[in-house]
Design a protein around this ligand. Structure first.
Ligand SMILES: Nc1ncnc2c1ncn2[C@@H]1O[C@H](COP(=O)(O)OP(=O)(O)OP(=O)(O)O)[C@@H](O)[C@H]1O
Ligand SMILES: [Mg+2]
Length: 252
């Protein structure tokens, strides 16, 4: 499939999306999932993207939480605590990301009381790229130094927005944040429009993917892959396809 496909919701067959998701990667990838405001659906989208990559690719995908706070990825996806980036950085051969039943690996954030050193985030990402072809980082709207370090190291960005009056200012705030790291990554941005009840309009950017409102997700932390509606799974697959066919930005 040519990298130019658009996905407005149901307009591209699943076969071509799977084929695009399987695009061979010349190098390991670090993909930051970013938003301009809280509660946008960033974590759900990052998990959905990670599940779609993990299910359809022969290589491995890991999702890293850049937030400080109560660790939740491990418990949400595998009912266990996952290691933190600090543990991975300090024990590169011993501490392994937590594997989940759906094939996605996860690394949790640190508790508030022990915030992460940005150098540990960088080191952890370096360690993870030796094993995982896709290292996804849930940055959300976190402005902390480790979250910024992850964003600076990313070769692609997925921007998550909700339709409505706040979408534009939130997206612009996130893009401003990206632009400070040089223009390279701006060319890689894929946009997930979450929770829309109608497809994206004809003529929408081919970088945009519509993730429909899914009642099985509303009000939850994490995603049970089996509970997703087919249209939601397909949207995450379309996002994975978009990510896999994008040429990564060169390192700054
Ligand atoms: N496609 C969707 N349909 C319905 N609800 C959704 C969808 N995506 C996410 N949600 C719900 O929206 C809420 C916020 O989602 P999520 O926690 O992923 O957002 P976030 O941007 O990571 O938030 P935070 O700023 O707290 O990190 C959650 O209850 C989640 O289950
Ligand atoms: Mg979140």
């Amino acid at each position: 499939m040519a990298p130019g496909f658009a996905y407005r919701g149901g307009d591209v067959g699943e076969g071509p999306l799977v084929a695009a998701t399987r695009t061979e990667q010349a190098q390991p990838r670090i993909v930051a999932v970013l938003s301009g405001s809280g509660g946008t659906g960033t974590t759900a989208t990052a998990i959905g993207l990670g599940l779609a990559l993990a299910r359809n690719r022969a290589d491995k995908t890991v999702l890293v939480d850049a937030h400080a706070g109560t660790p939740s990825l491990g418990t949400a996806l595998a009912q266990r605590l996952a290691p933190t980036p600090a543990e991975i950085a300090r024990d590169p051969w011993g501490a392994a990301a937590l594997s989940t039943p759906d094939g996605l690996y996860v690394v949790d954030g640190l508790p508030w009381a022990a915030p992460l050193d940005p150098r540990d985030m960088r080191d952890a990402l370096g360690v993870l790229t030796a094993t995982y072809t896709f290292v996804l980082v849930d940055v959300g709207n976190d402005l902390s130094a480790p979250a910024q370090a992850a964003l600076d190291d990313a070769d692609q960005v997925v921007l998550v927005v909700r339709p409505g009056p706040t979408a534009r200012p939130a997206a612009l705030a996130a893009l401003d944040r990206l632009a400070t790291g040089g223009p390279g990554r701006l060319g890689t941005v894929a946009v997930a429009v979450v929770g829309d009840r109608s497809p994206l309009p004809r003529g929408a950017s081919r970088r945009a993917v519509a993730v429909p409102h899914d009642p099985g997700l509303a009000g939850r932390t994490g995603i049970a892959a089996q509970r997703l509606r087919p249209a939601t799974s397909r949207a995450y697959l379309a996002l994975a396809a978009r990510v896999a066919v994008t040429t990564p930005a060169a390192k700054n």
